[in-house]
Design a protein around this ligand. Structure first.
Ligand code: SF4
Length: 135
């Protein structure tokens, strides 16, 4: 299922148009690759858009969010996110490692739950505090 979903995230190719998601304007950006391999970006209104398009073309990444299992907590799962964008080819590895985790309370919001998760070079962060269950 994870591998199937990963295939649906299509890597951008030269000549593709993409909509910049850095700000609400949403410029339509085109990326072209010259014969010498250099990349030309057009349609962006600012440098942030150019940086976004270049990364999307050469090293696409995604912030991953989800939940992890918690033992003995007031909640049975804790919401989590990646500390940075995960390279698209490493998303399956990151998710598999994330879903194998069983965490122990207490968990503080913002704490690093795992470093270099799945060998991807990206850490896993808790986005909610979970205390011990006293029931
Ligand atoms: S290119 Fe610049 S102005 Fe256009 S959507 Fe991206 S960040 Fe916004």
């Amino acid at each position: 299922m994870i591998a199937e979903n990963q295939r649906l995230i299509r890597v951008k190719e030269a000549g593709d148009r993409l909509t910049c998601i850095v700000c609400p304007i949403g410029c339509s950006i085109e990326v072209e690759q010259a014969e010498d391999g250099s990349i030309e970006v057009s349609g962006n209104r600012c440098r942030r858009g150019e940086a976004y398009a270049r990364e999307e073309f050469s090293d696409p990444r995604r912030i991953i969010t989800g939940t992890c299992a918690v033992d003995g907590g007031e909640w049975v799962r804790v919401p989590v996110r990646s500390s940075d964008g995960v390279p698209i080819e490493s998303i399956e590895r990151f998710l598999n490692a994330m879903y194998e985790l069983r965490l122990h309370v207490p968990i503080d919001r913002g704490v690093t739950l795992a470093r270099d998760l799945g060998g991807t070079g990206v850490d896993l962060i808790a986005t909610m505090t979970v205390r011990r269950s006293y029931e």
